[in-house]
Ligand binder design. Structure first.
Ligand SMILES: NC(=O)c1ccc[n+]([C@@H]2O[C@H](COP(=O)([O-])OP(=O)(O)OC[C@H]3O[C@@H](n4cnc5c(N)ncnc54)[C@H](O)[C@@H]3O)[C@@H](O)[C@H]2O)c1
Ligand SMILES: OC[C@@H](O)C(O)[C@H](O)CO
Length: 339
């Protein structure tokens, strides 16, 4: 009848512990390559059990039709890339990340998500007290974290941020360029000062962060940049008037698309997330708070976004599973841009 042996292999697939059903002495150690080479009739199915340990069901060619009927194939879809399950492949253990604007709101949510997924996290904010508070929260979860005080509209601060992270942890794998500001005024009244202020943080600042972190990543041959754009890059949110904000966020998308295509052949992916209206301090300004009820009727999902609605997206874009995605604008807005 069919042979059916069980084999455990170690992570580098060099040794095999073969329970040979013909051997009453039980476990025998063999070279994996030799095992395969010596028995060309044998097909194998590797079933991942946990990291580094796989169960191989060994069957004779004669029984493979049973496997195909059971829809089991010896490919990565079945056994997982490198034997790792999809959730395991989204883990960020050993990765170094930073989040600008990490002291509150969306950035705080991103810092927690990346830390929970296993990354070390530098929480960057111009408000140092807030960054320190988030670092304390991360410590309570066992996450390695540091606070960095930096104003991303200042090139010296941006370079110091990158240098601090590299000297502390030796690399930057994940750069979340999230800090941004919102200013409101009718376009005919928008001052150049307001325009410059908004662009200096939202677009120029995001570019400087991309460039400084990108230089490190290009040397490493690997990196994930995730910029925070906005639904305002796609539609003109109303009734608030915010020309400089909308235009700067459209710029963030084009920056992302351009860098995303320019750097991917050197291992650096650049994507952005465009949230709809998220319940953070940003929308509780004097100008915006009165509009909340009105916005609700524009949102098919019937509610504002919470920071937690965005957390899985940043982990997805930060992890290897999204390596084929670059220059993408991931819109998460409860359907608002479709109405
Ligand atoms: N809340 C929303 O509805 C919404 C929607 C779409 C996009 N966004 C974008 O998401 C990002 C975060 O927004 P949020 O709602 O969490 O805002 P927020 O105002 O609640 O928090 C922003 C954080 O960034 C910090 N920051 C501001 N300017 C900085 C600078 N120059 N350098 C360093 N840190 C700076 C602030 O101190 C603050 O901690 C922004 O880019 C914003 O435009 C927000
Ligand atoms: O996606 C829209 C947001 O960026 C912004 O919070 C809103 O337009 C408030 O002005």
């Amino acid at each position: 009848g069919d042979q059916f042996d069980m084999v455990f292999i170690d992570a580098d697939k060099t040794k095999v512990y073969l329970k040979d059903t013909t051997d009453s002495n039980g476990l025998a150690l063999r070279e994996f390559n030799q095992f395969i080479a010596n028995d060309p009739r044998v097909e194998q199915v590797i079933v991942p059990l946990r990291d580094g340990i796989s169960l191989i069901r060994r069957v004779s060619v004669a029984s493979t039709h049973l496997l195909s009927q059971a829809n089991i194939t010896d490919d990565e879809v079945f056994r997982g890339v490198q034997g790792r399950s999809i959730l395991n492949r989204m883990r960020l253990d050993g990765k170094v990340a930073y989040v600008t604007g990490g002291g509150q709101g969306i950035g705080r949510g991103f810092a927690h998500a990346l830390g929970e997924a296993g990354a070390k996290v530098a929480v960057v904010d111009m408000d140092h007290t807030k960054a320190q508070a988030v670092v304390k929260e991360l410590f309570l979860k066992g996450v390695h974290a540091i606070p960095i005080k930096a104003d991303i509209s200042k090139s010296d601060d941006v370079q110091r941020m990158v240098d601090t992270i590299v000297s502390k942890w030796g690399a930057i794998h994940i750069a979340c360029n999230n800090a941004g500001i919102n200013r409101n005024s009718a376009s005919e009244d928008t001052s150049l000062e307001e325009w410059d202020q908004t662009f200096n943080v939202n677009l120029r600042g995001t570019f400087m962060c991309c460039q400084a972190a990108g230089r490190v990543m290009l040397k490493q041959g690997y990196g994930k940049i995730i910029n925070t754009a906005s639904m305002a890059s796609l539609i003109v949110p109303h009734p608030q008037k915010q020309l400089s904000y909308n235009a700067s966020k459209a710029g963030v998308v084009k920056l992302t698309q351009t860098l995303g295509t320019e750097w991917i052949d050197r291992g650096v992916r650049v994507n952005c997330i465009s949230p709809g209206i998220v319940d953070t301090p940003l929308i509780h300004s004097e100008d915006l708070r009165p509009l909340v009820q009105r916005w609700l009727s524009d949102i098919p999902a019937g509610r504002l976004a919470q920071v937690t609605d965005l957390q899985a997206a940043v982990v997805y874009l930060a992890s290897d599973v999204s390596d084929y995605m670059t220059g993408h604008n991931l819109v998460i807005e409860g359907g608002q841009s479709l109405w």
